[in-house]
Design a binder for this molecule. Structure first.
Ligand code: BGC
Length: 340
């Protein structure tokens, strides 16, 4: 009996190992297959998430089939449907638009495949877990940096670049920023001279917003409150063209390599480091545990409009040139050499 079953088991494992490339995934409890649906892989951040997730899952004996939707809701719904039809045990979804993924989650529910929303919440849907960072705190950290570095002697002239309006996180970042900026605006210490949302978090959209701000205000700009490193990069490009780079305080988020280099060179002031290793490894652990029939009990919850979803919120760290080595580098996120 054993000698008959062994080759079959081996064949299944080999096929599952190739599931990321093609064909149908063959899952077993010892060797589950996890479907990972990403909004995009264009930004460095999500490449890190994917790599860490795949590696962590592998260590736990699971395979990962991943697909990226290139910021397109129709494509992402189709991606999830394709992962369902491959027979994955668990779905991990980082949605482009948390409102638009309800349909895909419904399909997963019908197929009895548990769903973990990764980093971005999926609203009004029956998801099983949500893992993210404290996103309001991210916005607060960005705005607090601004508050701590206001220009002396005059009202600070601030440009605000928000993320994608379709991303629940972008709304939470803005909320956190508002918490800190609100009283300063009221007290007359800050004037927001231009603000807009960057479509799909695109750096070129951020550059356009910055160009519009420069057209309005000329060089009379003190601070650009950019919501992530990608949009900071776009804004800095516009500043470079006007020879204003290094003269304007620019915020960011994600501790992307290019952003950390800019911080050390002085064209960006800060970023928010989000330990992706912790987030992605926790997500992999939970996905494998669910697949193996041991869904973890998590007491923290978030209301997604349909239910109280068990949730984990990882901590974030504000980073500038002074603590770059003791945070991003010490954590091994980038090496000191890479930052040169
Ligand atoms: C993430 C950020 C990221 C942004 C753009 C947000 O949902 O939380 O880390 O920079 O999307 O991809």
């Amino acid at each position: 009996m054993t000698s008959l079953r062994l080759p079959t088991f081996r064949a299944a494992v080999a096929l599952a190992a190739f599931a990321g490339c093609f064909g149908t995934a063959f899952a077993s409890k010892d060797h589950p297959v996890i479907g990972l649906s990403l909004d995009t892989l264009k930004e460095e951040r999500w490449q890190h998430d994917r790599d860490i997730f795949v590696e962590a899952a592998k260590k736990l004996g699971a395979d990962v089939v991943y697909l990226s939707a290139n910021s397109d809701d129709t494509v992402q719904v189709r991606d999830v449907e394709s992962l369902i039809s491959k027979g994955v045990d668990v779905l991990v979804i980082a949605p482009h638009n948390g409102d638009a993924m309800g349909r895909a989650v419904k399909d997963a529910n019908d197929a009895k495949i548990p769903v973990i929303a990764y980093d971005r919440l999926i609203k009004n849907a029956n998801i099983d877990y949500y893992l993210s960072f404290d996103n309001v705190k991210v916005g607060e950290a960005q705005a607090q940096y601004v508050a701590d570095h206001l220009p002396a002697g005059h009202k600070a002239r601030v440009v605000r670049i928000y993320g994608a309006q379709t991303d629940n996180n972008a709304v939470l970042f803005k909320q956190g920023q508002d918490n800190v900026l609100g009283p300063l605006i009221k007290a007359g210490k800050i004037e927001v001279i231009h603000e807009d949302w960057a479509t799909d978090w695109r750096p070129d959209a951020a550059k356009k917003i910055m160009n519009a701000a420069i057209t309005k205000a000329g060089s009379n700009i003190d601070i650009v409150l950019a919501s992530n490193d990608g949009t900071a990069g776009g804004a800095i490009q516009a500043l470079i063209e006007e020879k204003l780079d290094g003269k304007v305080l620019v915020t960011g988020q994600d501790a992307e390599l290019a952003a950390c280099q800019r911080i050390l060179r002085g064209t960006q002031a800060m970023t928010v480091y989000k330990p992706l290793k912790t987030l992605a490894s926790h997500a992999a652990e939970i996905a494998v545990a669910i697949a193996q029939g041991h869904p973890p009990v998590i007491t923290d919850t978030i209301d997604n409009g349909q239910k109280k979803v068990p949730a984990i919120f990882e901590k974030v760290v504000s980073v500038d040139k002074d603590n770059m080595m003791s945070t991003v580098v010490a954590a091994g996120f980038h090496t000191a050499d890479e930052l040169k």
